[in-house]
Write a protein that binds this ligand. Sequence first.
Ligand SMILES: Cc1ncc(COP(=O)(O)O)c(C=O)c1O
Length: 395
Amino acid sequence: MAKYDFDKCIDRHGTQCKKIEILKQDYGRDDLLPLWIADMDFAVCPEITQALVHRLADHPVYGYTCLYDGYWQSIIDWQRERNGFEFTREEVTFVAGIVTGFGLAVNFFTKPGDKIVIQQPVYYPFKDVIDGNGRITINNALLPGEDNLYRMDLEGLERIMQEEKPRMMVVCNPHNPAGIAWEPEVLREVARMARKHGVIVFSDEIFGDLMLYGHKHTPMATVSEDAAAVTVTCGAPSKTFNIAGLKSSWCVVMNPELREPFFKWIEINELCNANLVSIIATEAAYRNGAQWLEECLHYIEGNVDYVEQYCREHIPGIVAVKPQAGFLVWLDCTGLGISHDEVVSLFRDKAGLAMNEGSMFGEAGRCHMRFNMGSPRSVIVQAMHQLEKAVNEMK
Ligand SMILES: Cc1ncc(COP(=O)(O)O)c(C=O)c1O
């Protein structure tokens, strides 16, 4: 029997919830169902809350904090046992977020004007960080497959590495927005090319613990010697355990030639000073959150199955691509036969739904919407009914 309740609707108003608070600013209306930014509306596992109460809230002194062995070991054990990713205490550091970690890597390993490869459609802040730091984004676009999933264009990647001489590339592993769990052979080939051409691979593994339908996460750094030599990995308990607001992530670099100067620079600038709340929650999550996570993944699969089937049966112009990982569903709306702007307006103005519009993730995302499944089933059901009604009215 399930121990945790994912059906419960929790009112997040008045809790500084970004998903709700900036609806008006970003969508022009605050009465939309918020199904956009990638956090979940579920209560965290009580083991996290209890740890925060007992080890933090009940103690009235909040002075300087040091990272302790139990915290590091909880990350190391979780990654080894769950993903077969083995690293030592020396090979991991704290970073306050994955985008923060990416920004640090970009600033440390590249210079203004250097080229960095991303593969769109992909999580949009990568491009923002690259462009915003005066580096140049090169897009090796993903190739759409027959099954509505994407493939990496490995030939295109090798050509870019040869001709454009990028200094870094990003692998979103697993991939956001399409929820792809990259195959080890693909990652191995990326690593081979990267090493040959002197490219550092930044592997964003924030969704690596949210594997669906029996898919397995392959940490980039584990696939080969080449991969271990070129990869900077960032991961976190933030998406996994719904604690994104606590800003807790980690960064692993196996190659000492990359790691030692990078970690030293991070330390000198005190960029790895963690917040007490985040480390207590992280340890509690990794030590005691496994059952909650299993139930959460099962619940998300139920939401995805519902949406996929609903589209197939009632809204055939929209294909809900089942993700292999994560809690985001990439809706392919090309079958509606309307323009991208009309798709956006249909969802927002007619259906009353706030989702991420696909073009945020690159041109290839036009006529797509990203739908967050991390909500109680009743909310997902309501969203599908609103969407179906809006599509029918459009006809
Ligand atoms: C692929 C990916 N990486 C990173 C992040 C953000 O991570 P953080 O909040 O730790 O910067 C997100 C958030 O949606 C994401 O989807």
